[in-house]
Design a protein around this ligand. Structure first.
Ligand SMILES: Cc1cc2nc3c(=O)[nH]c(=O)nc-3n(C[C@H](O)[C@H](O)[C@H](O)COP(=O)(O)OP(=O)(O)OC[C@H]3O[C@@H](n4cnc5c(N)ncnc54)[C@H](O)[C@@H]3O)c2cc1C
Length: 207
């Protein structure tokens, strides 16, 4: 799995603090400063604590995630407030697949799994060779196959996503992906995410 931050809103801390302060002014400000002050950080943390989470919707992150299974991308795209651009199965060939640890650790299961994956790839290639369009040949492909996807979420949606998908109730692969995204997000704008350390447990780090 490869998780990469492609882009994010610059100056998000002073921008968010100033936009919020501006809601409390009778006359809107005309001066927009982009220097981070200690006050901005404290202000944002206090607003998050108070549940004023709408302030986080003005900060966006765009990630690209490669070499995840279609099992995980199905789970990911259920998060409706995010925007996605996923590898097209109508145009691209299959490149590899994810092997869950439980299968990897069981010799017989691993042999059967690999045999099934290779057979499905063989059938797929054969169908394409005889002229079946890729968009139809793909119907036989397993969910373990690799896909890649771009994800844009605002910081509020990201917090919600982290709480659901880093949770020990989530599956290991999306948990690993969400944990890597969290590490990136909290390092980019600590004041928007670091309170989540207290509410999240990080099962993938223990594994
Ligand atoms: C451990 C786990 C197990 C799961 N198992 C299953 C399963 O067996 N079957 C299954 O179908 N799904 C399952 N899901 C998916 C789950 O039901 C959600 O679809 C998914 O987590 C996306 O969450 P969301 O809808 O809160 O996120 P988003 O769509 O990103 O929405 C974010 C938030 O916006 C608000 N919101 C968005 N749309 C609406 C709306 N229409 N009405 C009201 N409020 C809205 C809600 O507050 C929501 O939490 C599972 C998820 C997890 C984490």
């Amino acid at each position: 799995m490869k998780v990469k931050l492609i882009n994010y809103t610059p100056h998000a801390v002073p921008m968010t603090a100033n936009l919020t302060r501006n809601t409390r002014c009778a006359i809107p400000t005309t001066k927009w400063e982009f220097n981070i002050l200690d006050d901005d950080i404290k202000f944002i943390k206090a607003l998050i604590k108070a549940g004023h989470l709408g302030i986080l919707e003005h900060t966006q992150f765009t990630f690209h995630v490669a070499d995840i299974s279609r099992v995980t991308s199905h789970q990911l795209v259920r998060h409706r407030l995010a925007s996605f651009l996923q590898q097209s199965g109508r145009h691209c060939e299959v490149r590899g697949y994810v092997i869950p640890k439980s299968i990897e650790q069981n010799k017989t299961a691993l042999i059967n799994f690999k045999c099934h994956m290779e057979k499905s790839k063989y059938l797929y290639d054969h169908m394409v060779e005889v002229g079946i369009p890729k968009e139809d040949a793909r119907y036989i492909l397993p969910d373990a196959d690799y896909t890649h996807i771009a994800i844009t979420m605002n910081a509020r949606e990201l917090r919600d996503f982290f709480q659901k998908r880093i949770s020990k109730h989530a599956q290991w692969e999306i948990r690993e992906m969400a944990t890597q995204m969290f590490d990136i997000a909290v390092n980019t704008y600590p004041c928007m995410f670091e309170d989540l350390y207290e509410v999240l447990n990080f099962p993938c780090k223990e594994n």
